[in-house]
Ligand binder design. Structure first.
Ligand code: MTE
Ligand code: MO
Length: 249
């Protein structure tokens, strides 16, 4: 299901049925999700109190982000994940699976009107980190992937930026994620330019993508154009479609 319209329709259906099905399907796998996606007989009387429970959970959940460090795997356990979600990868260009990534150029914004534009050479001043973790999609699949890049925490420290939240978006603004600051600064949260030992291609988010294994795949924004350190909770593409804003594991 890598066509964005299809994903949107599917998730739209889920969120219209309310938070219950969406929330539960995050925990379910494979057939479980199918079953929930086709089971439409939650009546409103049951759904709305449970919806409140989920909203309550979301409020609590925010206080214990990120969860414990996720498991690191040996590099030889890694495989190539499927390409899932292409929103914001081509801007107004035609889909072309062979189109190389654009040159790396990331806008950083911070409190007090801070602005900087970074290229590959700027990022190369940060310590390079490798990490082999599981990429988990809410659709029920997961793949162990070996990444390398730079910690968001090291970037923040280098630029002396502190904030409650971090937002990221694609250069065209079509896909965007909001992160609580603690998760963004988690040591396993990386800005990656390689996947399984090769430079990231466009479909997997080249030139630079976010890898945040403490959260579901949807938060792992591909093709980073802007990183914003902010005090205002950033908008989030899938939260706008009814998903939990945190989507922590
Ligand atoms: N820009 C952008 N980033 C994105 C998406 C997207 O549609 N556009 N999809 C997300 C989803 S739902 C998942 S599961 C992962 C998948 O990463 P992959 O294609 O490298 O497997 O990317 C995430 N990042
Ligand atoms: Mo996903």
């Amino acid at each position: 299901m890598s066509n964005p319209d299809e994903i949107k329709r599917e998730l739209g259906r889920r969120s219209r049925r309310g938070f219950l099905a969406g929330g539960v399907s995050l925990l379910a796998a494979g057939g479980g999700i199918r079953w929930l996606a086709t089971s439409t007989d939650f009546d409103d009387g049951i759904q709305s109190p449970l919806r409140r429970v989920f909203e309550f959970n979301e409020a609590l959940w925010g206080q214990k982000q990120p969860g414990p460090p996720v498991r690191e795997f040996p590099v030889d356990a890694a495989a190539n994940p499927r390409v899932n979600g292409i929103i914001g990868l081509f801007a107004n260009r035609e889909f072309d699976s062979d189109l190389p990534p654009d040159p790396l150029k990331v806008h950083v914004q911070g409190p007090g009107g801070y602005e900087a534009t970074l290229g590959a050479a700027d990022l190369a001043n940060l310590p390079r980190v490798e990490s082999t973790t599981e990429l988990k999609c809410v659709e029920g699949w997961s793949t162990i992937v070996s990444w390398s890049g730079y910690r968001v925490a090291d970037l923040a420290q280098k630029l002396s930026l502190k904030s409650t939240y971090v937002g990221m978006e694609t250069p065209d603004g079509a896909y965007f994620v909001g992160l609580d600051g603690a998760s963004a600064l988690h040591p396993q949260t990386l800005l990656c330019d390689t996947m399984n030992g090769t430079p990231l291609n466009r479909l997997h988010g080249g030139p630079l993508r976010l890898v945040i294994p403490n959260k579901y795949g949807v938060k792992n924004l591909k093709n980073i154009g802007t990183i914003r350190f902010t005090e205002d909770r950033p908008k989030d593409y899938w939260a706008q479609e009814g998903y939990d804003w945190y989507l922590g594991l």
